[in-house]
Design a protein around this ligand. Structure first.
Ligand code: RB5
Length: 152
C-alpha cells in the first residue's frame, strides 16, 4: 500500500520506527518529514499529508506529534479527510471499520514504540465495514460540503 507519513519534532523517533516497520512489510512510504528535532508547526506537515491522501497520491496517512491531537485536528481541515487519534487497539480497529479514517494519528508522548507499531498493524489490517456505517460517514461528508458552501 502507498502510505504518507509525517511528524513534528516531538515524534521524530516514532516516525522513523513506524516508517521502517511499514517498509519492512513491503509498503511504499512517502516521508513528509520532519527529519530533525528543530521545532516546526505541525499543521504544515498534517496538511501536506492530508492533501496527498485526499488527492489519491497515497492511500493512507500516518501522522505523529506529541499527543496525536494537533495532527488530527489539522489533518481534518483538509476536505475529504477523516483523521483519528488511536492509542488503543479498539480505536485503531474502529477508526477503519466504523469511520473509514484514511489517516491515523498517534502521540509519542502518550504511547511507546512497540504499542505504536502494534496499533499501526491493526489499523492497516482493518477495512471499512460499510453498511450502516457508510450512511453515517456519508453524512459527515455531506456536512463538510454544506459547511464549505456556506463559508464561501
Ligand atoms: C509540541 O509541539 C506539541 O504541541 C505537539 O507535538 C502536539 O502534541 C500537538 O498536538
Amino acid at each position: 500500500m502507498k502510505i504518507a507519513i509525517g511528524c513534528d519534532e516531538a515524534a521524530l523517533d516514532m516516525k522513523n520506527v513506524i516508517k521502517k516497520h511499514l517498509e519492512d512489510q513491503g509498503h511504499s512510504v512517502q516521508d513528509f518529514g520532519v527529519d530533525s528535532s528543530f521545532p516546526v508547526l505541525y499543521a504544515d506537515i498534517a496538511v501536506a499529508v492530508g492533501e496527498s491522501v485526499a488527492k489519491g497520491e497515497n492511500e493512507r496517512g500516518i501522522l505523529m506529534c506529541g499527543t496525536g491531537l494537533g495532527m488530527a485536528i489539522a489533518a481534518n481541515k483538509v476536505p475529504g479527510i477523516r483523521a483519528a487519534t488511536c492509542h488503543d487497539s479498539f480505536s485503531a480497529q474502529r477508526a477503519r471499520k466504523s469511520n473509514d479514517a484514511q489517516i491515523m494519528t498517534m502521540g509519542a508522548r502518550v504511547i511507546g514504540l512497540e504499542l505504536a507499531k502494534n496499533l499501526v498493524d491493526i489499523w492497516m489490517d482493518s477495512e471499512f465495514q460499510g453498511g450502516a456505517s457508510a450512511v453515517k460517514v456519508a453524512k459527515i461528508m455531506e456536512w463538510e460540503r454544506e459547511l464549505h458552501k456556506q463559508a464561501n
